[in-house]
Structures are given as structure tokens and as C-alpha cells.
Ligand binder design. Structure first.
Ligand code: FAD
Ligand code: SIN
Length: 523
């Protein structure tokens, strides 16, 4: 039996992307004792780190009303009005006060006192702050540096959460049954030792990011296996809108590119989508042409590829822009050049890929979930802001806004309460005989999950495909859950268990909703 460390804090933040870090820093500012854990040895590894296009702020001829309209339009009419109002009115101010003034993110400038604003699809104004084409890296690095200044934040990279600790579920005390169900922390794997530690907290914040890796083709890094959705679901929290998976239209088509994103900001600077034989096509599908919402662009590309039997379409910036492409998009330029594509001269072969979960763990305007003492922020949370399809560059902003609001709400409610006291949560129990993990089996399970999700719960869905996905993923889930109970506890087992559960949640939500809207399109 492995030894078990126990940690205590006021706030346990699970995840260190923009939402988790903004929450941790704000909670520490408010005097709370914070622990932040993350999956990988590098604390910066997250979706946030790879964000390219930027973060919505307030453009020069912009107003909160215009931003609100654009969000609602992209969300296909079902965005939560309260969430939209908060983001449109408070969001840009938080970018200025928190990211620029407090944290010092080096956003690109057009002059000494002026920021350079970019445009992306469905935005009626230029209002996106960016750091060339590596905005996420600039934000994440600055946040991690800022966090290191706080003595009341303890960071544990390489500590994946296995499950949320809840009363009465994990308690050995039969009287716990009479207490209101509540979250009191998490069981967490220490990757370096293989031990499972108990992290107890008065409040727990899920900030675990997205789920792109449950799909065969995705822009997301390997860390995005949907852990937070699965953990919240197991703990009994409510999830909503899980059928609305956003597919980004433009990722590099190359066998070794692993879903490398070609930012929408290229289309904001004039780039156009063309068929393989050079014909622009977006005007046939939307009045907004190449700047139509992502769901419409992805479907149009899919239609063109199917119609012509092509494996990709082209994104052409070389023929349509006056700007210095290499200077404005240095990271994308270099990465494409690594594959012998000079984007200043030739069009880029692109295909859509799974990018973002518009739904998630339902939260209110302060980040509270349906489970007492559990909050959620960022991509794992569903504030309802994005409705059925997210407006470009609002995800980082939503993570920032709810990260900060969550911390404020917790600080306002905290009165020294320690609900984990007398909760009788035992140390982690390993099975008596542990089964060694065979990576080939894990790999094959992932192939099945990812290809089922891609083919049956993808850009274009049908009821029959969804029924098949639900059944196949359900079968896999039962088998993986059974294996998990016997298996040696290693990160790849945690990922697989969460990935299959999250896939099943998405497939089920899609099957239950027969109305095509936004990113959920049923033929
Ligand atoms: P993340 O940044 O994904 O962080 C999740 C954290 O949770 C990580 O630290 C991870 O280690 C941790 N974690 C996960 N599971 C566990 C676990 N079991 N235990 C412990 N820790 C765990 N949005 C925009 O607004 N603008 C853009 O320009 C933009 N560009 C993008 C480009 C790419 C390539 C991608 C993939 C996404 C982009 N997005 C963009 C979307 C945006 O980056 C994400 O939605 C956002 O960064 C999510 O932030 P987050 O804090 O919620 O999660
Ligand atoms: C991009 O740069 O195209 C991604 C922006 C986003 O996902 O909001």
C-alpha cells in the first residue's frame, strides 16, 4: 500500500490555464490560502498556452451593445443573456486592469500608447488584442510568473486529479448521508511517486479546460481529455449544452501537423477559402462570406470536400492581403514553412477539426455549480455565454472573467468553514491485485473513441450515426470502467476513463437534441 499525503487549503483550483490562474491569483489577493494543481510537469501546458488569435477587448469604435449582439448572433440565439451582459460590459475592463496593468501581458501595439486590434469571423468591429499569433503563450507565461510572486499559492504541477471528493459519497461515516451533498476537495495522483494524495478544501474550483482529444482531429493539446466534465458528472453536478462542440474550420492538412491551427485572424486580414482548383466558395454559403460563424464555415468546407472528393480545401492569404504576413503571423509562418509551405507565396491546405466545447458544467454568474462548494470556470464550465456556437476569441475572456468572479464569490462566502473536518474520508484504496497496463490496449481504445466521435458525432450528424455512437461508446465505457477498477493507476488510465465518459456525455446530449442549431447539426 502506498503512503498517502494530506493537504489542506481554503481553495483548491484544479487546472492552470487562464481560468485557473486568474482564479488562484484573485483568491490569493483576497487573502485566501490557495492550492493549484495541474496535469503535466510543466504548469503552463494547457489550451491557453496554444491560443493564437487573441482575446476580445474594446475596439476603438466599439460598444458593449455591439459586442453583445455579435456574441448572441454567433451563439445562434441561445446564449444566456446574463452571461453575455457580464462579458460585454465587464470583460474588456478586466482585460485592461488584470491582464495588462496587473499581470503585464505584452499585447501587440500599433504605437507606443495604442494597442493593435485584430478582427476575426462574425465580429462587427476590430476588437481583439493579440500578441502576434502567440497570444496564449504570452498570457499563460505572464500569469505563471505572476502567480510565483504569491506566498499563499502552492502549485503542484504533475498532479492530475482522479476524482472530486464528495460527501456523502466518499465518507465512511453513515451519518454523512444526512448532510447536504458537497464537494470537499479531490483525490489526486502524484505522477512522480505514484501515490494518491487527499487534497481537502473549503471550496474547489474546476478549471480543467476542454475535451478536443476525444476527437480524431483536433486543435487541442494532449492534456485536453475532458477530465473536468467527467469528474463533475461522476460527482453529480449538472452539465448542459454538451452537444455543441465547435469545429474550427482551418487546421493545417498534413499527416505530421497534429491539428496545428491556422488562426481565424488570417481571414480577419483578408485570407479566403478556395477549392483545390482555386475557386473561392464561401460567398455561396453566407452573406458574411469567409467571415461567417465557424459552424457555417466548417459545414461549407465539408460540403465542398464531399462534393469534389477532395481531402482538403485551401486558405489563401498570399493573394489577398497587403500586410506583412511573416511579421504579423511569425509562428504560423514558421510552422508551415517546416512543412515546405511558404504562406507568403502559396495557399495553405486546411481541414476543420474539433476545437472547443461550448457546453460544460453548468454555473451561475459567479461560477457556482449545482454541487455545494464546487465552482467551475473556463472551458469546462457552461455559463451559457456561447449558446450553440462560440464567437471567436471570447473563450480566453470568459475564462478570465469567471476565474476572477469565482474567486470573489468564494472570498465573500468564506467564513473559515472547513466542511472536510469530520468527513471521514479514507485514504485511497488500491486494489489487492493490480493489473499492469498494456499501452497497446489503451491506444486501441482511444482509436475507437476518437474515430467514433469524429465520424458519428462530428460536423454533420444523423440520428442513426448518433445512436450508433451512443451504443458503441457506452460499451467501451463499461469495459474501461471495469478495467479501471483493477488497473495500475497511471496518467494514461485516468485520461482514458475520463475521455470515454466525456465522449458518452457528448454523444448522449447530441442524441437527445433533434433540433439543428449552431454547432449541433443533424441531417
Ligand atoms: P486550459 O487552458 O485548457 O487549462 C486546463 C488546465 O487544466 C491545464 O492546466 C491542465 O493541466 C489542467 N487539467 C486538466 N485535467 C486535469 C486533471 N485531471 N487534474 C489536474 N489538472 C487538470 N480562445 C480564445 O479566446 N482566443 C484564441 O485565440 C484561441 N485560440 C486557440 C487556439 C488553439 C490551438 C486552441 C486549442 C484553443 C484556442 N482557444 C482560443 C480556446 C482557448 O484557448 C481555451 O478555451 C481556453 O484557453 C481554456 O482555458 P481554461 O483555463 O479553461 O483551460
Ligand atoms: C483562432 O485563432 O482562430 C482561434 C480563436 C478562438 O478559438 O477563439
Amino acid at each position: 500500500m502506498k503512503t498517502d499525503e494530506t493537504y489542506y487549503c481554503d481553495v483548491l483550483v484544479i487546472g492552470s490555464g487562464i481560468a485557473g490562474l486568474a482564479c488562484a491569483i484573485s483568491a490569493a489577493d483576497l487573502g485566501l490560502d490557495v492550492i493549484i494543481i495541474s496535469k503535466e510537469a510543466s504548469i503552463a501546458e494547457s489550451n491557453t498556452f496554444y491560443a493564437q488569435g487573441g482575446i476580445v477587448a474594446r475596439g476603438q469604435d466599439d460598444t458593449p451593445e455591439l459586442l453583445a449582439e455579435d456574441i448572441i448572433q454567433a451563439g445562434d440565439g441561445i446564449s444566456n443573456p446574463d452571461a453575455v451582459k457580464i462579458v460585454a460590459y465587464e470583460g474588456p475592463g478586466m482585460v485592461e486592469d488584470f491582464l495588462v496593468k496587473k499581470v503585464g501581458v505584452p499585447f501587440s501595439r500599433s504605437g507606443e500608447d495604442e494597442f493593435e486590434f485584430a478582427r476575426e469571423a462574425s465580429h462587427s468591429r476590430r476588437r481583439i488584442l493579440h500578441s502576434k499569433d502567440s497570444t496564449g503563450k504570452a498570457i499563460e507565461t505572464a500569469l505563471v510568473d505572476k502567480m510565483a510572486e504569491y506566498r499563499n499559492i502552492r502549485a503542484f504541477p504533475g498532479f492530475p486529479a482522479i476524482d472530486l471528493l464528495t460527501i456523502p459519497h466518499h465518507s465512511t461515516n453513515p451519518l454523512a448521508l444526512y448532510r447536504e451533498p458537497q464537494c470537499i476537495g479531490a483525490y489526486v495522483l502524484n505522477n512522480a511517486t505514484g501515490h494518491v494524495e487527499r487534497f481537502f478544501a473549503s471550496y474547489t474550483v474546476l478549471a480543467t479546460g476542454g475535451l478536443g482529444r476525444i476527437y480524431l482531429h483536433t486543435t487541442n493539446p494532449p492534456v485536453a481529455t475532458g477530465d473536468g466534465f467527467a469528474m463533475a458528472d461522476r460527482a453529480g453536478a449538472r452539465l448542459i449544452n454538451m452537444e455543441y462542440i465547435q469545429f474550427h474550420p482551418t487546421t493545417l492538412f498534413h499527416k505530421d501537423a497534429d491539428g496545428f491551427l491556422i488562426s481565424e485572424a488570417l481571414r480577419g486580414e483578408g485570407a479566403r477559402l478556395k477549392t483545390k482548383d482555386g475557386v473561392p466558395f464561401m460567398a455561396n454559403y453566407s452573406e458574411l462570406g469567409d467571415l461567417a460563424p465557424r459552424d457555417e464555415v466548417s459545414r461549407a468546407m465539408y460540403e465542398e470536400m464531399i462534393k469534389r472528393g477532395d481531402a482538403y480545401v485551401y486558405l489563401d492569404i498570399a493573394s489577398y492581403t497587403e500586410i506583412n504576413v511573416k511579421k504579423r503571423f511569425p509562428m504560423i509562418y514558421q510552422r508551415c514553412l517546416d512543412f515546405d509551405i511558404d504562406i507568403q507565396k502559396v495557399p495553405i491546405p486546411v481541414v476543420p477539426a474539433a476545437h472547443y466545447s461550448c457546453g460544460g458544467v453548468q454555473v451561475d454568474t459567479w461560477g457556482k455549480t449545482s454541487l455545494k462548494c464546487l465552482y467551475a470556470a473556463g472551458e469546462v464550465a457552461a455559463t451559457g455565454l456561447h449558446g450553440a456556437n462560440r464567437l471567436a476569441s471570447t473563450s480566453l475572456l470568459e475564462g478570465l472573467v469567471w476565474g476572477i468572479r469565482t474567486a470573489k464569490d468564494i472570498a465573500g462566502n468564506f467564513n473559515g468553514n472547513k466542511p472536510y473536518k469530520e468527513s471521514d474520508i479514507p485514504p485511497w484504496q488500491f486494489p489487492e491485485r493490480v493489473e499492469e497496463v498494456d499501452p497497446a490496449l489503451i491506444h486501441q481504445d482511444w482509436v475507437s473513441i476518437k474515430s467514433t466521435m469524429w465520424n458519428y458525432v462530428g460536423i454533420i450528424r444523423t440520428v442513426r450515426r448518433l445512436q450508433r455512437a451512443w451504443a458503441d461508446i457506452g460499451y467501451l465505457k463499461n469495459r474501461i470502467d471495469d478495467f479501471y477498477r483493477r488497473a495500475q493507476l497511471v496518467p494514461m488510465v485516468i485520461d482514458l476513463r475520463n475521455g470515454v465518459r466525456t465522449a458518452r456525455i457528448v454523444a448522449e446530449a447530441a442524441l437527445k437534441n433533434n433540433v439543428s442549431r449552431g454547432a449541433h447539426f443533424i441531417r
